[in-house]
Design a protein around this ligand. Structure first.
Ligand code: MN
Length: 129
């Protein structure tokens, strides 16, 4: 069975690129264009992993991660922040909000899937902390 990846991303180009790369590698991608839609879908489809943009309209990714973690059904679901905030402290901020890791934007099509699979494989071998 294909693994389901919830992609919460408001930028059309990034949505397109990530969906293209993941589908090419056999994943099913479920798109959400903002936080509330992502939270609703996450609770309903229980994805294998959530990719979360931090810069989102109305509700930022930190708030979204916090809300996702408050759902017991999503307690162990890996949440990976995808963000161009590359400043010191932002990584810590995403982890504090409940994310398991961080992939930097701009997305590099040559390395994105291997970075991504590091998190999904790791999540199968050991429970997230
Ligand atoms: Mn964005």
């Amino acid at each position: 069975m294909k693994r389901k990846i919830l992609l919460i991303e408001d930028n059309e180009q990034n949505q397109y690129l990530v969906t293209f790369l993941l589908e090419k590698h056999g994943y099913e991608v479920i798109p959400a264009i903002d936080g509330p839609m992502g939270i609703e879908l996450a609770g309903r489809v229980l994805p294998d992993l959530i990719l979360l943009d931090i810069q989102l309209p109305s509700m930022d990714g930190y708030a979204v991660a916090h809300e996702l973690r408050s759902n017991p059904a999503l307690e162990n679901t890996p949440i990976i922040a995808v963000t161009s905030y590359a400043m010191t402290g932002d990584r810590e901020k995403t982890i504090a909000a409940g994310c398991n890791g961080y992939i930097e934007k701009p997305i590099n099509p040559d390395t994105f899937v291997s970075e991504f699979e590091h998190f999904i494989e790791g999540s199968q071998k050991e429970p997230p902390q």
